[in-house]
Design a protein around this ligand. Structure first.
Ligand SMILES: [Zn+2]
Ligand SMILES: [Zn+2]
Length: 67
């Protein structure tokens, strides 16, 4: 007998940045803060950025590449 995954019982608080789902809003919110603390490193030069789109803009404008 297969146990069907009931999506509604798995978790109701998804992280809208990475999609990970949490059962409690507080845990999810604490997790979400991690996304803003991490830095996005350019792999072509030593630059670091706090936001993914800033890194993407950097790579597009400085290195001439589209992500
Ligand atoms: Zn996340
Ligand atoms: Zn760079």
């Amino acid at each position: 007998m297969k146990i069907a995954l009931d999506a509604s019982s798995v978790g109701r608080y998804p992280c809208d940045i990475c999609g990970k789902v949490y059962r409690q809003a507080g845990t999810r919110n604490r997790h979400k803060k991690n996304h803003f603390n991490v830095s996005f490193k350019c792999w072509m030069c030593p630059s670091e950025f706090s936001r993914r789109y800033t890194l993407q803009n950097h790579i597009r404008d400085i290195h001439g590449m589209l992500m």
